[in-house]
Design a protein around this ligand. Structure first.
Ligand code: CUA
Length: 378
């Protein structure tokens, strides 16, 4: 076999394998983030736009592909053929044709696209649930409220009722914490729940809005979709779509005070509030407060924690309290507690490695005591 034909065969095999890998990648287990399987009203409208446009794109791709392969074979260099194929540069008919055809296709696509952009920004129904999503490095805070009701501040997951508009306000600044980096006013994130609604940027100093309406109960996985630093890939969240009754139960429960008051939590309370000063960044006492870290007043009612990355289990929680940066990369090595204008503290510190100055090393028994207290906070 000549070198040339060997190279050809290699190229064909490599192309085939790449195509197969691409195909197989689409057959993985359901990851719950399939924007081609929309279950929200707005996500369906977006899908209805994508499908026909994708159809047009496939036809164009096939025609261009056929033309390219045809030209490459028909006009290839061959021994004994020195003349160049007929040149068509400057041919008016061809130039006008290949300018006009794409322009017409794009103009036709623009009509439904622009009209859907306007449709998606229509104001929500009067009975909409209001949710403010605050993107932080690297977790999401959600303030859930309805007209005139006290807001509920949660992290990593929030509940909404099925078949009711959810009006999202998206921000990367928590106004109640000022504009310091520690207040979560830092970089751009993007809110995305592929099966419910398309992505939208979350920008410091700017309010973006979004309305979605889920049509089926269930758990929907969301993800930060804008690179925002070290743990961008771990910045997940969940939207839990409940029946109207289940949602009411959830929000009523969240509005209540803690199941166990800090003052009544004995040894755990001393560790949490004094020895390790967890209360500098977290609250377990008031579900309507925004604080530096996730509001933990009803932590035990959540299915996940740690930016939605870990299931909320006793073992995970103990490991997290001891050494969170070993479970999710965080910039907390420079962390100096409490956070202040010069103390940029992104993420949980480790209480066993590089322990923040002034803090003792935490024992596993102490972490267990704190975890057991937090797990009582239903
Ligand atoms: Cu937040 Cu990426």
């Amino acid at each position: 076999m000549t070198n040339r034909s060997r190279r050809w065969r290699l190229a064909v095999v490599a192309t085939g394998l790449s195509a197969l890998a691409l195909l197989v990648a689409g057959c993985g287990p359901d990851n719950g983030q399939n924007s081609l399987r929309p279950t929200g009203e707005q996500a369906k409208q977006i899908d209805d736009l994508i499908v026909p446009i994708f159809g047009v794109a496939i036809v164009v791709a096939i025609l261009v592909g056929i033309a390219t392969v045809y030209c490459a074979i028909r006009f290839r260099a061959r021994p004994g053929r020195e003349d160049r194929p007929k040149q068509i540069h400057g041919n008016t008919a061809v130039e006008i044709g290949w300018t006009l055809i794409p322009a017409v296709i794009l103009a036709v696509i623009a009509v439904p696209t622009v009209s859907l952009i306007f449709k998606l920004s229509e104001p929500p129904a009067a009975n909409a649930v209001e949710v403010t999503a605050v993107g932080k490095q690297w977790w999401w805070q959600f303030d859930v409220t309805e007209k005139g009701e006290k807001k509920v501040v949660v992290a990593d997951e929030f509940h909404v009722p099925v078949n009711r508009d959810v009006h999202m306000t998206l921000t990367a600044c928590d106004p109640s914490l000022g504009t310091r980096p520690t207040g979560g006013c830092n970089v751009i994130h993007s809110f995305w729940v592929p099966e419910l609604i398309g992505k939208r940027d979350v920008i410091p100093g700017h309010r973006n809005e979004l309305t979605f309406r889920a049509e089926k109960t269930g758990t929907y996985l969301g993800q930060c979709a804008e690179y925002c630093g070290l743990s961008h890939a771990n910045m997940r969240f969940r939207v839990i779509v409940d029946s109207e009754d289940d949602y009411q139960d959830w929000i009523d429960g969240q509005r209540e005070g803690p199941a166990v008051a800090l003052a009544d939590s004995g040894e755990a309370g001393k560790l949490f509030a004094q020895k390790y000063a967890c209360t500098n960044c977290h609250t377990t006492e008031d579900s309507s407060l925004s604080v530096y870290g996730p509001n933990l007043t009803h932590l035990a009612s959540r299915s996940v924690f740690a930016s939605g990355y870990y299931k909320l289990t006793r073992a995970n929680l103990i490991d997290w309290i001891l050494n969170a940066p070993s479970m999710i990369p965080m910039e907390s090595k420079e962390c100096r507690l409490p956070p202040g204008p010069d103390n940029i503290c992104v993420g949980m510190p480790s209480f066993v490695e590089n322990t923040p100055p002034g803090y003792p090393t935490m024992t596993r028994d102490e972490a267990t005591t704190i975890a057991d207290y937090l797990l009582e906070l239903k």
